[in-house]
Ligand binder design. Structure first.
Ligand code: 5GP
Ligand code: MN
Length: 331
């Protein structure tokens, strides 16, 4: 496998490899409100470690959305890990800071366990003992594939399906500016290895639950457009009326980003804890990562997010002010 530079070795890859090889009972953590990249990569690494005879555990503080729970090994996710768990390594997958473990990671572990970070966020603050971070990568699936290859595990069909789910979701169906020819070649390698491309398209992308479709109706009926910016809000009362839980972000950012007249997109969801969860999206050439970072979140140039305390109105005001700044930059 040469297309994605799979044989390319970096000090971080070597260190990650040493940690994984030395570990017998690693804990792999996916981020809250899990997406295809964090879930697919966590499951792919779990399968590779199982193939090596190790006993990995996997955790995510939120349940898997229905469009990812068919992936091989999905039922193994745990929602909490006790502080005194019998683990000997922690791996944080597809997240840019420690708070994104959603509380799964216990501070006391810092004394006895190494933390390996495998990620692709430009905003990653290198919070691990080992940081395998590729900000230019379309998905964490790419550094993860490198790790799995370096572990000596061939791309089996189940591992390939997990990595496909990761790559296809993080590139929103292979349509981000990070979807390079090399990424497309890697997709074809995954399919050749037996990865279920059509299955991922059908069961993950074309798999919007009826309730979410109804919620899209509410969100779209509230859609606003000002020069170059399309945005909507989702008040708590509407969530309650449709029985939408807080960990379900409805994938509104991606939906809005199809609005032809806009270059920047924002969805703002009111949460039960008094915060507002914001999803930002940008067309190629525009950048929302700096806005998310400035407001305490993170992400990528084309997709970023954050949560702020306060009323919807206030968070809308602050968000729009920064989006207008981004729009006004020369592009
Ligand atoms: P989404 O809008 O789909 O929730 O997230 C888009 C991107 O921004 C993802 O890469 C996600 O990891 C990142 N992101 C979203 N919310 C937060 C946040 O609160 N903190 C950080 N650090 N990253 C976030
Ligand atoms: Mn990702």
């Amino acid at each position: 496998m040469v297309t994605m530079g799979m044989t390319m070795t970096t000090p971080a890859l070597t260190q990650a490899l040493e940690c994984l090889q030395a570990s017998e009972r690693p804990l792999l953590i996916a981020h809250p409100r899990p997406d295809g990249d964090t879930i697919g990569c966590t499951l792919a690494l779990r399968l590779a470690l199982l193939a090596l005879g190790k006993a990995p555990r996997i955790a995510c503080v939120h349940p898997l959305p229905g469009n990812l729970d068919y992936l091989p090994g999905a039922a193994a996710f745990e929602v909490a890990i006790p502080e005194d768990a019998d683990i000997d390594l922690v791996v944080a997958v597809d997240m840019s800071d420690l708070s994104r473990t959603g509380g799964i990671y216990k501070p006391a572990w810092a004394e006895r366990l190494k933390l390996v970070v495998i990620d692709h966020h430009a905003t990653n603050d290198a919070f691990g003992d080992v940081n395998l971070i590729e900000p230019e990568a379309a998905a964490t699936a790419l550094p993860m594939a490198r790790v799995i290859h370096a572990l000596g595990i061939p791309l089996r069909d189940d591992i390939a399906t997990c990595l496909l789910a990761a790559l296809i979701t993080d590139t929103r169906g292979l349509r981000t500016e990070t979807t390079t020819p090399a990424v497309l070649r890697f997709v074809s390698e995954l399919v050749e290895a037996g990865g279920d491309y059509l299955g991922v398209m059908q069961r993950t992308l074309d798999a919007v639950p009826y309730k979410q479709m109804k919620a899209w109706g509410v969100a779209l009926s509230r859609l606003q457009l000002e020069t170059g910016i399309a945005w909507t809000t989702f008040p708590l009362a509407e969530k309650q009326a449709l029985d939408i839980e807080d960990h379900d972000d409805l994938d509104l950012g991606n939906l809005l980003s199809q609005t032809r007249e806009a270059q920047l997109f924002a969805s703002l969801l009111e949460m039960r804890d008094g915060t507002v969860k914001v999803s930002l999206r940008a067309r190629p050439g525009y950048d929302v990562a700096w806005i998310a970072k400035q407001l305490g979140g993170g992400g990528h140039t084309q997709a970023a997010g954050y949560s702020l305390p306060g009323s919807l109105d206030l968070v809308v005001r602050d968000t729009l002010a920064l989006l207008r700044q981004e729009l006004a930059r020369p592009h």
